[in-house]
Design a protein around this ligand. Structure first.
Ligand SMILES: NC(=O)c1ccc[n+]([C@@H]2O[C@H](COP(=O)([O-])OP(=O)(O)OC[C@H]3O[C@@H](n4cnc5c(N)ncnc54)[C@H](O)[C@@H]3O)[C@@H](O)[C@H]2O)c1
Length: 256
């Protein structure tokens, strides 16, 4: 018996990193999961490993027709959609505001922000029809305060995700649909390794009360909880999973 028994979930960016950890945990907890990602090779490999409980569907979250097809494929395979985890995201380099060029700005907003928005629009009609559903939007601690490890476009996209999470929570609460955000702090994933040097990782760790980056699976526990009926009265929240990093008033790294 798992806490997601009988549920059907779409997890974007599910082929790698935190998304992969969420896929594994959802299956462990009894869900049928669509691994929705641009990365066909990694996505298929993961779904094959998990057998009949998982299906890979190629999805570009920035494209509304791709979303339409993904929801159709999910329904054809598993009957419906109960849960959406909007996890796909890109970070770009750690640069200042003046160094964020137009292309970088637009691609971050497109994937992180428009991708999450289109995902909600794609699944909400089915959830309304079902009279139930849970959407978990992956924001970031950098969507709550200044953060030295990201660029300002990334931070803005993650702040904005919280805005439409709360708007949707209000609008769809009457249909028993909950829409919440998760704010991971420093998590060790391919995205982290690509953007931070070993030195930077050590320096950031020093200033986290937990003194370490999290394993992706530690974020999955929070995502599974919000997706499950155990969170039946939790709607419109920002759930921070950061080892205490955000408890520090100011990012003291910035002062160094
Ligand atoms: N790593 C961290 O420390 C951290 C902290 C806070 C928030 N986050 C957020 O968590 C989420 C996952 O991060 P991660 O570190 O696991 O990233 P990652 O780069 O390891 O994985 C991201 C996945 O998203 C997929 N993807 C990218 N663009 C896509 C698109 N257009 N359509 C579909 N899939 C696409 C990639 O193929 C990849 O599989 C992101 O939203 C990120 O912003 C990460």
């Amino acid at each position: 018996m798992g806490i997601l028994d009988g549920k059907v979930a779409i997890i974007t960016g599910g082929a790698k990193g935190m998304g992969e950890a969420h896929v594994r945990k959802f299956v462990e907890e009894g869900a049928k999961v669509v691994v929705a990602d641009l990365d066909v090779a990694s996505g298929n490999k993961l779904a094959d490993e998990l057998g009949g409980d998982a299906l890979f569907v190629e999805l570009d979250v920035t494209d509304t027709s791709s979303w339409e097809a993904a929801v159709q494929q999910t329904k054809a395979a598993f009957g419906t959609v109960d849960v959406l985890v909007n996890n796909a995201g890109i970070a770009g380099p750690i640069v200042g505001l003046l160094e964020v060029g137009e292309d970088l700005y637009r691609s971050i907003m497109d994937v992180n922000l428009a991708g999450t928005f289109f995902g909600m629009q794609a699944v909400l009609p089915t959830m309304v029809e079902n009279g139930k559903g849970s959407i978990v939007n992956i924001s970031s601690l950098a969507g709550m305060r200044y953060d030295t490890t990201v660029n300002p476009a990334y931070s803005a996209s993650k702040f904005a995700i919280r805005g439409f999470t709360k708007q949707a929570a209000f609008e769809f609460g009457k249909h028993d649909i909950r829409v919440n955000a998760v704010m991971p702090g420093a998590i060790m994933t391919p995205l982290t390794r690509a953007s931070l040097s070993e030195e930077a990782i050590a320096s950031v760790s020093k200033h986290i009360p937990a003194k370490r980056f999290a394993d992706s699976s530690e974020v999955s526990e929070a995502v599974v909880f919000l997706a499950s009926d155990k969170a039946s009265y939790i709607n419109g929240v920002d759930l921070v999973v950061d080892g205490g990093k955000g408890a520090i008033n100011q990012d003291i790294l910035g002062a160094e």
